[in-house]
Design a protein. Structure first.
Length: 364
């Protein structure tokens, strides 16, 4: 596997620079690429169904060339955010140019959460540090705690604020997950401190730092460039957060793990995550769309993620599905038939497994 396709993600950075230099409506080049051009290419049916052998995966896992991309993207976020704040606060831009530039950087930093997601699952301190720096750029640092210690434990259960329920529209989900995820992260961190006999209001509480650091960073931008820089930072953060939660909405919509005992659920399986196999968006999103394998093997690096035939398949890539999620009736019309087929297939597999367990054989 070549690493070169994954460098295509930096086309967005080139686009935001080109938009700024050309001026005017060209500042909307990034959203045009992200939500018009790329979804259109996805609809051509260009998909990657390949899985690699165990030997090939072992080699892929240890190739540093793939790791460099994630680290470079996180560091580029810092530069882009600072330059963006400088541009909107000190350059003579029209309101259209400011809106376009802010939206563009918000989209790039929203995808940066995806890169931080990859990094925070890794064991090296530097990669996890880069993940936190990336999340600081969008004021969502509590994701570090909630995603790894909350979402991955409770995914596809009623207890998970980041798993969308059937018939729950995106707007309702967004409010529930933003509030619920922060509350969950606080409780997880408080419990960790309690085990060490440390009170929640203590400097070792990561949540306090995760709230304070974006404030310190945005204050620094304000002191350097003025109040307009603060408004820019807040607005691009909101764009990035909304994009993240749109992805969360799609990834497990309507899927649920079976409760095997009160408060206990079956282990996470490929059937509990939606997949998308579109080649272009899998390159741009560093295979986030192979989400089932990520939940089965959270520490596996993106280049090694597999596809599963038992996972429910989205009709198109994430960008197209994100647009659909903004129109709930249309989203339901597209997704619910596939969800019903998946539920029927899962029920049939469970029934067959039950018959085999009791020694009766396959049901007629």
């Amino acid at each position: 596997m070549s690493v070169l396709p994954y460098y295509s993600i930096f086309i967005f950075h080139v686009a935001v620079l080109a938009g700024f230099l050309l001026g005017g409506a060209w500042n909307f080049l990034v959203p045009l690429l992200a939500f018009v051009v790329i979804p259109a290419i996805d609809l051509t049916g260009w998909r990657d169904h390949r899985n690699y052998s165990a030997e090939e995966y072992e080699k892929l896992e240890h190739r540093w060339s793939f790791r460099i991309i994630t680290i470079a993207y996180a560091l580029a976020q810092v530069m882009l955010t600072v330059v963006g704040a400088w541009a909107v606060a000190t350059q003579s831009l029209t309101w259209i140019e400011i809106v376009g530039l802010t939206l563009s950087i918000g989209i790039i930093n929203g995808n940066g959460i995806n890169f931080s997601h990859e990094l925070l699952h890794k064991t090296t301190k530097f990669e996890r540090f880069c993940a936190k720096i990336s999340l600081m750029m969008v004021s969502y640092m509590h994701f570090t705690i909630e995603h790894t210690s909350g979402h991955h434990v409770r995914v596809a259960t009623p207890d998970d604020p980041a798993s969308a329920r059937k018939n729950e529209n995106f707007y309702r989900f967004f409010l529930r997950t933003v509030i619920g995820s922060f509350r969950s992260a606080w409780m997880i961190e408080a419990k960790r401190l309690q085990k060490r006999s440390i009170p929640a209001l203590h400097w070792r509480n990561q949540m306090l730092w995760f709230v304070a650091l974006p404030v310190v960073f945005s204050t620094s931008l304000t002191l350097a460039f003025g109040w307009v820089a603060l408004f820019f930072f807040v607005r691009q953060s909101l764009v990035a957060i909304q994009l993240l939660e749109m992805v969360n909405y799609i990834e497990h919509y309507g899927l649920s793990r079976r409760e095997v005992a009160p408060g206990r659920y079956e282990s996470v399986k490929p059937i509990h995550s939606w997949e998308a196999r579109e080649t272009l968006t899998n390159a741009l999103l560093i295979k986030l769309q192979r989400h089932a394998d990520h939940h089965v093997n959270p520490t596996r690096r993106y280049q090694s993620l597999r596809v599963f035939d038992e996972s429910p398949q989205l009709p198109t890539g994430y960008p197209g599905m994100m647009l659909l999620s903004l129109v709930p009736p249309l989203f339901y019309r597209v997704v619910h038939p596939r969800l019903a087929q998946h539920e029927a297939k899962v029920a049939e597999a469970r029934q067959e497994a039950a018959f085999q367990t009791v020694g009766i054989g396959t049901p007629p």
